[in-house]
Ligand binder design. Structure first.
Ligand code: SF4
Length: 425
C-alpha cells in the first residue's frame, strides 16, 4: 500500500492521510514539566542520561522552583557497559532522595531511551522499592522514552500507571464522573464549580492533586477526557468497567460547551438548567474571542504534528476564529476519541497522521501559511524563512481549557501575527 495514500473515511468530510518517515517531536519526558506541578506530593525520577536531564531542565527552565519535584538518576558509561549493578545504584539514589525529601508520597521512576537500551526493568524496581518504603511512599513506573513515546504520551503513560492504584467502587455506588487529564488548578476549579452548578454530586479528577486522593472506579464511573492524548489511560479505565463519554475537547467556547453538554446529557441534566449554568461563561468567552477574531479571520494556518491537540485546536481556529486550515498534522489519530472533533472540522480538511518531516516542510514552504503551529525545533528555521510560528508546547504549559481561558487561547495564536505585523511596519 502506498504510505501516503489517503484512507477512505466516509464518516467525516476530512481527507485523512498517513505518513511515515523522519519525525521531529519531543519525547514523553516533557510531560513531567506540567505533571510535577499537578500532583503536589509526587516526585518524578528520570532514570536516564545527561541528555534527558538537560531536556527536562531546559523545558522546565521557564519556571524555577525552590525545590523542584523532578530529578534525573544518571545512567553513566559503567552502567551502559554492564560494569555496575544499575538496580543497586537506583536503590541507593531512591533511598537518599526519600531521606532528604520526607514530603514525597508518590515516586515515579520514569524510563528513558538509555534505561530501555540497558533493559532496566523499572516496573520490577518500583515493586521492590514499594515493598521497602511502604506505606509512606508508593513507587510506580512508566516510560517517557523517545523510542516509545512522543511529547504528550508521557502524561498518558503516567496516568495509566495510576489506574491500578485506584480502588474498586462498590457496585451500588452512585454514578460518578471522572474527568481525566491534567488541567491547571485554576481550570479544574472552574470546571468543578460548573459541574456542581449542573447538579453533579460525584465528580473527581485524574490526576488528583495529592497521591492519596485517587478516586475509586467501577461500573458506575463515567469518564470524560479533558485531553485528546490519553488513549492508554482511557483503555485501562474502561477495562476497570468505566464508560467513556464521547465529547469534543474543552478548547474554545464551542468545545467547552460541547464537552460540558456531553457530561450533562450523560447525567440527565435538564436542558434549561444547562443553558442557565453555562450562559455566563459562554457570554464571557464570546466577548474575549471577539477581541482576537479580526487578527485570525481568514488567516491560513498549518499545524505540524506535535502535541495531539492539533485537531481540537484546528476546529477552534476554523469555527470560532474564522481561520483557514492548510494542513492539520497529528502524531496519532485516535479515531474514536477524536470522532466528535472530526465531525466538526470543515469538509475537505487535510489531516496528516504521523510524519515525514522533509515532505511536510516542503508542503509548508510551498503553502506559505500565515501561521505555523509547530515544535521548538522547527520554529526557528521557519521563522528565519519569514514564516510566523507558534510553539505548540506553550499550549500545554498555559491554561487554555474552558470558557474563561478561550480568549487566552485565541491570543496565543494572535500574538505571533501581531508581532510580525509590527516588524513589517
Ligand atoms: Fe533523549 Fe530519549 Fe532522554 Fe528523551 S528519553 S531526552 S529522547 S535520550
Amino acid at each position: 500500500m502506498n504510505a501516503h495514500a489517503p484512507l477512505p473515511r466516509p464518516e467525516t468530510g476530512c481527507e485523512i492521510r498517513q505518513e511515515r518517515g523522519q519525525r521531529a517531536v519531543f519525547c514523553g519526558l516533557t510531560g513531567i514539566v506540567w505533571l510535577h506541578r499537578k500532583i503536589q506530593d509526587a516526585f518524578f525520577l528520570v532514570v536516564g542520561s545527561r541528555t534527558c536531564a538537560h531536556l527536562i531542565q531546559s523545558a522546565a527552565g521557564v519556571m524555577i522552583f525552590a525545590e523542584p519535584r523532578f530529578a534525573t538518576a544518571i545512567i553513566d558509561e559503567r552502567d551502559l557497559a554492564g560494569l555496575a549493578d544499575a538496580n543497586e545504584e537506583l536503590d541507593r539514589v531512591v533511598r537518599r532522595l526519600i531521606e532528604r525529601r520526607p514530603d514525597i508520597r508518590l515516586l515515579f521512576l520514569v524510563g528513558s531511551c538509555p534505561s530501555e537500551v540497558i533493559k532496566l526493568d523499572l516496573a520490577q524496581a518500583a515493586r521492590r522499592l514499594t515493598r521497602t518504603f511502604h506505606p509512606e511512599v508508593r513507587v510506580l513506573s512508566y516510560s517517557g522514552s523517545g523510542i516509545e513515546t512522543t511529547f504528550t504520551q508521557g502524561e498518558d503513560a503516567c496516568l495509566a500507571a495510576l489506574v491500578p492504584e485506584m480502588s474498586r467502587a462498590a457496585a451500588s455506588a452512585a454514578p460518578s464522573l471522572l474527568v481525566v487529564g491534567a488541567l491547571a488548578d485554576v481550570v479544574e476549579d472552574q470546571f468543578a464549580r460548573l459541574f456542581a452548578d449542573l447538579g453533579l454530586a460525584e465528580v473527581a479528577f485524574l490526576p488528583a492533586r495529592r497521591a492519596g486522593q485517587l478516586p475509586a472506579i467501577g461500573a458506575n464511573t463515567r469518564i470524560l477526557l479533558a485531553q485528546p492524548f490519553l488513549a492508554e489511560t482511557a483503555r485501562v479505565l474502561e477495562a476497570r468497567g468505566a464508560t467513556r463519554i464521547a465529547a469534543p475537547f474543552p478548547l474554545g467556547a464551542e468545545g467547552t460547551t460541547g464537552w460540558l453538554k456531553a457530561a450533562a446529557d450523560a447525567f440527565d441534566v435538564p436542558a434549561e438548567r444547562f443553558e442557565r449554568v453555562t450562559a455566563p461563561g459562554r457570554a464571557r468567552a464570546a466577548v474575549a474571542l471577539d477581541l482576537h477574531r479580526e487578527r485570525l479571520e481568514g488567516r491560513r494556518v498549518f499545524l505540524f504534528p506535535d502535541s495531539q491537540l492539533e485537531l481540537p485546536l484546528a476546529r477552534f481556529l476554523s469555527r470560532e476564529m474564522g481561520a483557514a486550515l492548510v494542513e492539520v498534522g497529528t502524531p496519532y489519530l485516535h479515531r474514536q476519541h477524536l470522532a466528535p472533533e472530526l465531525a466538526l472540522l470543515p469538509a475537505g480538511t487535510r489531516i496528516v497522521e504521523g510524519q515525514d518531516l522533509d515532505a511536510q516542510m516542503d508542503r509548508c514552504r510551498a503553502a506559505q501559511p500565515d501561521l505555523t503551529v509547530c515544535g521548538l525545533g522547527l520554529a526557528n528555521p521557519l521563522e528565519a524563512e519569514g514564516l510566523a510560528t507558534k510553539w505548540s508546547i506553550e499550549l500545554l504549559f498555559t491554561p487554555v481549557q474552558g470558557y474563561d481561558q478561550a480568549g487566552d487561547l485565541a491570543e496565543l495564536f494572535a500574538r505571533p501575527l501581531k508581532r510580525r505585523a509590527r516588524l513589517e511596519v
